[in-house]
Every structure is written in structure tokens, then in C-alpha cells.
Design a protein around this ligand. Structure first.
Ligand code: 0X9
Ligand code: ZN
Length: 320
């Protein structure tokens, strides 16, 4: 059962089709936003109410992606949890129908399927792979991959010495130019197709327990409407506090570190979506586990985090 383990790429696709075919609580549309470098399909899931009250196309959307970084396994696991909750609502939580009433939910659970599949090959070094699996950027045949969260087209490479690298062998290689990679373009294109509806954007990462807003590319630039961004983020952090998680809320470059080319900055800076966030899921930054969150913790982390997501969505609705 998906809530008790980390799913492989194939298991995730099976789960999505299962949700599409047997959803009891919502209309679930599953498709592909395009192929990865190695030719894998990149799934997306779109939710709408079974019996639509009013016109769906006039509704705002919450757009969530996960699995940009392959080793951050809790991120696609959280996406699977959200899909499960919205599609089946087997807890009979009345809030779920409000969530579907308020927003169209668009979820891309695995932006980087090649990197993710690679992390399932034996060996700790492979398990800790971060980038895509693009080949051909280096004469060194062992240097693969682009850091997809350095490849988005807003202030791309603005800050190459802080958080990004021009070296194809680096773990934070930003690519030869913005949107050089099919995986970042796939996300960009589905974002653009839904541009007029998107009210909130979340990109799920790990680890650390941070709820971050732009800007990521520089700590010297203030963001407009920071008070609003902070308050909507706080709904998540406060709900998580009630579940005994300590989340830090703040500007990404200030609270974490500066890094240009992130998806959050693109969504805010180029698409004009005011509420764009990066979530660094558990464990906490002080944990010894880091990216290797024990599988036995998945169930509690994803179900607790769902409380934060719900609180975020309700707060966002009242602000938009
Ligand atoms: O460095 C990143 O891409 C993110 N942290 S992670 O440990 N998951 O790799 C933080 C990204 C924050 N957003 C921007 N810098 N734009
Ligand atoms: Zn990440």
C-alpha cells in the first residue's frame, strides 16, 4: 500500500491509474506532460469535483509538483498522499470536498523520473543522486545530469557562485542555458497552459522543515507583499506545529541559501503567481537521517503534512 512505502516509478504510475479508474470522491484526470531525457513519461493528475458546482474553468488552481530532486523520496510520497486523499477521501473528511470546491488541483508527482528511477539502483551513492540523467554535457563520461532546480528561466545563472554551478560534473550544474532540459520544460509548459488559473504554487522538496517563499536567487532583493506570503505560509506552519513539527517560514535565499534558477522564482517572477513556495519536508534539518527518512516514518509524515496542506489551501482561498 502506497502510504507505507516509497513507490518505484512503475508503482507510482500504477497507483495513479488506479486513482483515475476507481476514484470515488472526485473526477481524476491522469496524463503525461511529456517525456524525460531517457524517454519516461512524466505524469500529471488533475482533480475536479464529480458534480461541478459552477464553472470549473473559472475556478482558481493550486499547482503542486514534486520529485524535482530524485533523492528526496518523501516528496513524491507526499504527492501520492494528496492524490489519495482527494481521490478517495476514505477518512470522510468534509474539508476535502471544500478543497475540491475551492480549487482545481493540479499535481505533477514526479518531475524527474530518470533521476528517481536511478536512485532505486543499488548503492548509497546512487540513492543520493540529485539531478536529472542528461548525458553529453561533459567530455567526462561519468558526468551526468542537470540540477533541474537551477534550470528554470528567471534570473537563471544570476548567482553562479552561490548555489549553482557551470560545471557539468557538479551536483548543482545549472545546464548550458535556462530550460535546456525536457524535465524543466515539461513543468514550464503545463504551468503556462494553466497560467490564468493558478493561485498557489507548491514545489515539494526535502529535507529541513522549511516553508520558503521567493526570492531564491538573491538575499539582497526584497519581495513585494512579503506580509501576505508570510501569513499564508504560516497557516501551514501553525497546523504542522499542532502536529509537533517545527517549520521555519521565510525568504528562501535568506533562510536557506541563495540559488538561482529555481521553479519557485520562475512561477513568481515570470508567471506572476503571487503565492509560490518551496516546501522542505521532513526530516528536520537537525536530523541524522537527512535524505534517508526511514520508510517506517512515511505514513505518519505524509498524513500529518496533509493537515498543513489543508490549512494552507483554506488560508490561500481567503487571500485570493
Ligand atoms: O537547493 C534547492 O534547490 C532547494 N533545497 S534542496 O535541499 N531540496 O535542494 C531549495 C530551493 C529554494 N528555492 C530557490 N533557491 N529558488
Ligand atoms: Zn530539493
Amino acid at each position: 500500500e502506497h502510504r507505507h512505502k516509497f513507490l518505484t516509478y512503475d508503482e507510482l504510475l500504477d497507483f495513479l491509474h488506479h486513482a483515475q479508474n476507481t476514484a470515488t470522491n472526485a473526477r481524476v484526470q491522469v496524463g503525461s506532460i511529456g517525456k524525460s531525457f531517457e524517454g519516461r513519461d512524466t505524469p500529471y493528475v488533475k482533480f475536479s469535483l464529480q458534480i461541478s458546482r459552477g464553472n470549473d474553468s473559472e475556478k482558481g488552481a493550486i499547482f503542486i509538483d514534486s520529485g524535482i530532486h530524485s533523492r528526496e523520496w518523501i516528496s513524491p510520497a507526499m504527492a501520492a498522499e494528496m492524490i489519495h486523499r482527494l481521490a478517495f477521501n476514505d477518512e470522510n473528511d468534509s474539508a476535502v470536498n471544500s478543497l475540491l470546491d475551492m480549487f482545481t488541483w493540479i499535481i505533477v508527482p514526479l518531475v524527474n523520473p530518470d533521476g528517481y528511477a536511478f536512485t532505486f539502483t543499488p548503492g548509497l551513492e546512487n540513492r543520493l543522486w540529485r539531478k536529472s540523467r542528461a548525458a553529453g554535457y561533459s567530455s567526462d563520461p561519468y558526468c551526468y545530469g542537470v540540477d533541474l532546480n537551477r534550470n528554470f528561466g528567471y534570473q537563471w545563472n544570476n548567482n553562479p557562485f552561490h548555489g549553482g554551478s557551470a560545471n557539468p560534473c557538479s551536483g548543482t550544474f545549472s545546464g548550458p542555458r535556462s530550460f535546456s532540459e525536457p524535465e524543466s520544460r515539461n513543468v514550464r509548459d503545463i504551468l503556462l497552459r494553466n497560467k490564468n488559473n493558478i493561485k498557489g504554487y507548491l514545489t515539494l522538496h526535502s529535507f529541513g522543515q522549511f516553508f520558503l517563499y521567493p526570492w531564491g536567487y538573491s538575499s539582497d532583493v526584497e519581495i513585494d507583499d512579503e506580509v501576505d506570503l508570510y501569513h499564508v505560509a504560516s497557516a501551514f506552519a501553525d497546523a504542522m506545529k499542532r502536529k509537533n513539527y517545527q517549520y521555519q517560514v521565510g525568504g528562501s535565499a535568506k533562510v536557506l541559501y541563495p540559488a538561482a534558477g529555481g521553479s519557485d522564482d520562475y512561477v513568481r517572477g515570470m508567471m506572476g503567481v503571487k503565492y509560490a513556495y518551496t516546501v522542505e519536508l521532513p526530516p528536520h534539518e537537525s536530523s541524522k537521517y537527512g535524505f534517508l527518512l526511514p520508510e517506517s516514518d512515511v505514513m505518519s509524515v505524509v498524513s500529518d503534512t496533509w493537515e498543513g496542506i489543508k490549512a494552507f489551501a483554506f488560508r490561500l482561498y481567503s487571500y485570493t
